[in-house]
Unconditional design. Structure first.
Length: 675
């Protein structure tokens, strides 16, 4: 899957800086190496337990896109393409008997459901859908496939305009918008319609729509053991727009479309999974207290008695990726703790056993936590977190562990990467220790003085981990020590720690970051006159906050930030959520609160040269936020620049060249102000 094109051509075409800020040694990571990275995701063990199918993700240098093709690896480590060719394959699920694999792919030109037959090794599309299917699920009898798909429900415009004369070139007709959530980051302006559930014969044929109405019906689909009913999660409440988290579990009868509500509480109930014996359903959710961060907890319910039982009341971490054990007496799930991905087995009797704390590695750009796993009998396959490699697959069977893939050894085994070291330090506010990581430049010499880059994660309710990060490694390869930390507000340290910034962001998380900088300086190898700071999204908020509260940094790059909470809530795609959960009320009712925590309020204090970097198509933290800060800095006489990434959503790194350009511009700005 590697691209063997000379990287200098790509760097030249992008007109990237080649200043001394970038590493010149060929054995260190280079910008163009981004196109050579790969990682494993979505492991799915064959029911026989003999091998695992997974998505091998790679970057295509000619189309500047990330792709993922299905591969298989047996449990001795022999790996081969399942289908071959270049494609985007995803959502792979085995039939109950293991004879077929259903998946979604663009191999036929657009996203369709495909089948792979294990006896012949052949595959083919079995649908001709006009939309993109997702959430595939086999019926227990193997006769049906269920999936969700956006179903258009076009509305005629409210006005009727005369038609243009033949040959005339009139402007495009105005677009009339009256829907609640009308645009979404990464997908743009929403079409008229809703996600609905469909079923089709497993051998192919005409899909049949089984849900309807003006609400989205989607997410994980869980078949009842009779193969006649499906359980799913949806927010069908009349006030769904004002209660965006209030979803319930429902059951739909395939024969009639009749809906039965299974849960009823104020809060989300989602990701249902049915026990192998068909008697119970497990799911994740919580009682909604309108906090900016709330723990996802694990529930189970007998489908006859319908009395929910909470299994994780003693666990102070959010759970996810729930699977049943074969005997229906226990479940598997994952959670993050202190930046590590844990997989555990939870018995219905309350007993809990940890299987591993090494899951992670799916975020190759920045070092976020999170991973994927699958279980079959006593076999566990998971994505491995590793500071020197993006995700590979590991097989665990009892006490035995075997790494099944080594997707980046051909590239990274010859590279001298920055060493990653975990650190803990005291916070000056509250009885907290803060976890962070230092990344050292290749060929680090403790007798020398190095510039320090503070790199801040987004969210703000998420967590960094000891995982591979192309961006951080490129910064280290340029001769910098890089510090990244999990200040208060971060996940994986308990609910109270994350809620420290509820209606209080930014605040003492700023102090946690400064304490980290001081702790690294105390080690004696940092040049205090060459301190730099950058971060994206929530990290962009904190970077802008930092330059408004201290002048100790020589330069800053504020990526995809929120600068003004008032304007953000009224322009972001999830505005009904942000206004209700991140703030005490609507902006015009709490002006002082919104402005107290807005970096724009402190722009008059800024003296640090500050660059803005945001995607033109970012609807999560719209580029109007960056434009406000750019113009404010200009009016304040502060040295500034703005980098607009064409057509990029909030996830700038979804195009590999944008990841390169992001790092290149950050290092250019820091180098510019290095003297």
């Amino acid at each position: 899957m590697k691209n063997y094109i000379v990287g200098a051509v790509i760097a030249s075409s992008l007109q990237l800086t080649t200043s001394a800020a970038f590493a010149s040694e060929q054995n260190t990571l280079q910008l163009e190496d981004v196109f050579e990275l790969e990682y494993a995701s979505s492991p799915s063990i064959h029911p026989s337990g003999d091998y695992t199918v997974f998505v091998r993700n790679y970057m295509d240098i000619m189309t500047d896109r990330k792709y993922g093709a299905l591969w298989q690896v047996d449990h001795a480590g022999d790996m081969r393409p399942l289908l071959g060719g270049d494609a985007n394959d995803h959502s792979a699920v085995w039939s109950p008997d293991g004879s077929k694999l259903a998946f979604v792919s663009n191999r036929s030109g657009r996203q369709q459901i495909h089948l792979y037959w294990t006896d012949t090794g052949k595959h083919a599309p079995v649908t001709r859908l006009t939309g993109a299917p997702s959430n595939l699920a086999w019926s227990p009898d193997g006769q049906w496939l269920a999936f969700t798909m956006f179903t258009p429900a076009p509305k005629a415009p409210p006005v009727s305009l005369p038609k243009a004369p033949k040959g005339a070139k009139w402007a495009e007709a105005p677009k009339y918008i009256d829907k609640d959530n009308y645009r979404f980051d990464g997908s743009g302006y929403a079409a008229d319609g809703y996600q609905q559930i469909y079923v089709m014969p497993a051998s192919g044929g005409t899909p049949r729509q089984v849900t309807s109405g003006e609400h989205h019906h989607g997410g994980t689909l869980a078949w009842r053991d009779d193969s006649q009913h499906i359980i799913f999660s949806a927010n069908l409440h009349d006030e769904a727009f004002f209660e965006p988290q209030n979803s319930e579990l429902y059951q739909v009868a395939l024969a009639t479309g009749e809906l039965t509500q299974l849960t009823d509480r104020d809060g989300p109930d989602r990701s249902p999974v049915i026990s192998p014996d068909g008697q119970k359903v497990a799911w994740v959710g919580y009682d909604d207290k309108k906090m900016s961060y709330q723990l996802n907890q694990l529930y189970v319910m007998d489908l006859k008695e319908r009395k929910p039982q909470l299994l994780t009341a003693d666990l102070d971490y959010s759970v996810g990726s729930v699977q049943w054990r074969d005997d229906s007496q226990a479940l598997y799930f994952a959670y993050d703790r202190h930046g590590k991905g844990h997989i555990v087995m939870q018995g219905l009797d309350g007993k809990r056993a940890q299987l591993t704390d090494a899951m992670g590695g799916l975020s190759y750009s920045r070092p976020y936590s999170g991973g994927a796993f699958d279980v079959n009998g006593k076999q566990l396959v998971f994505t491995k977190a590793d500071a020197e490699r993006p995700a590979d697959l590991v097989l665990q069977h009892g006490k035995m562990q075997r790494q099944l893939t080594a997707l980046n050894d051909d590239l990274l085994a010859t590279k001298h990467l920055g060493r990653v070291e975990e650190i803990w330090y005291d916070s000056q506010h509250g009885d907290y220790q803060i976890q962070g990581w230092l990344v050292y430049p290749p060929n680090f010499d403790p007798e020398q003085k190095y510039p320090l880059i503070l790199e801040i994660h987004g969210g703000p309710h998420t967590a960094y981990a000891e995982s591979f990060s192309a961006e951080v490694q490129l910064m280290a390869a340029a001769g910098n020590v890089v510090l990244y930390t999990n200040p208060r507000g971060s996940t994986s340290y308990g609910e109270d720690f994350a809620q420290e910034i509820h209606h209080n962001y930014p605040s003492q998380d700023y102090d946690d970051l400064m304490d980290g900088v001081d702790a690294v300086i105390a080690k004696g190898f940092i040049d205090e006159d060459r301190l730099y700071v950058t971060g994206g999204s929530g990290g962009g908020v904190l970077t802008a906050w930092i330059v408004g509260h201290t002048d100790r940094f020589r330069a800053a790059v504020v990526a995809k930030p929120v600068i003004n909470w008032y304007s953000f809530v009224l322009t972001a795609d999830m505005y009904n959520y942000f206004g209700a959960y991140w703030f005490p009320g609507l902006p015009w009712e709490h002006l002082d609160h919104y402005m107290k925590y807005s970096p724009i309020s402190y722009v008059g204090n800024v003296t640090t040269p500050t660059m803005l970097l945001t995607g033109d198509a970012d609807y999560r933290t719209p580029i109007s936020e960056s434009e406000q800060y750019y113009q404010a800095l200009k009016l304040a006489g502060v040295e500034t620049a703005m980098v607009r990434v064409p057509d990029a959503p909030h996830g700038i790194y979804s195009r590999p060249s944008n990841l390169m350009a992001k790092v290149a511009y950050i290092l250019y700005w820091f180098e510019k102000y290095s003297d």
